[in-house]
Design a protein around this ligand. Sequence first.
Ligand code: 13P
Length: 284
Amino acid sequence: MPLVSMNEFLPRAKAEKFAVGQFNMNNLEFAQAIVQAAMEEKSPFIFGVSEGALKYMGIEFTVALAEAAAKKSGLPIALHLDHGSSFEIAMKCIRAGFSSVMFDGSHYPFEENVRLTKEIVKAAHAMGVSVEGELGTIGGVEDDISVEDADARLANPEEAIRFYEETGVDCLAIAVGTAHGMYKAEPKIRFDIIEKVASAIPVPIVLHGGSGVPDDDIRKSIQAGVGKINVNTENQIALTNKIREILNNDPKVYDPRKYLSPAREAMVEVVRSKIRLFGSNNKA
Ligand code: 13P
């Protein structure tokens, strides 16, 4: 199966109240672990690739890994640019084979964010590619993007509804109290904001910073209208902890396969548990 746009599964997720996971891909082992868990759970999913990950892997390897996963699994998989910063990078990804892009114009004034997002929606939709927009400022650290807690700004529901109406995005990330990376204190998610926006627009809300959010909060967010949830840090931690454990226990190990295979297995377990929690198992 070729890579698909998020519109292959997000409308159903919204209608049936489940969420599709965006699992960020950082290398071959991430791609393999994510697709293995999804095959076992028969789940659609989204490979999220940040600009930092794109630089690390190279665009050709990134697209080739995602296409291989789609071909091998037969699952509906979207390859999605995470937090794209410009029209140019979005177009570069689409030309290379991405089936979905996010434009993160959340640091621009509202009208400018609308104008830039609209341009990308027009070009992307003409090519059958889905688009995610963002409003409000999500806290935490992701690659080169770092937002202090004090600067994180929740989305205004009226503005979010107007943003959807003016841009026509396929899903909308709004800042509702989650942050990228692990949490220092338990997040306080504004379910009321999710509900207010989700009930007024036909597309799902996206929850960024899915790592470390308590399971109950994830369930409540989905009930309130979240249909896409992003997870990266928990997979990174699972992989790195396992590698650290193996290398600490045996300083003579030198074959990367000896520590990367168990590390990959550890990620499979994280992804599997998220897929079940999000309710996207058996929805492929
Ligand atoms: P976490 O790294 O906190 O899981 O967030 C991932 C994310 O939101 C990617 O955009």
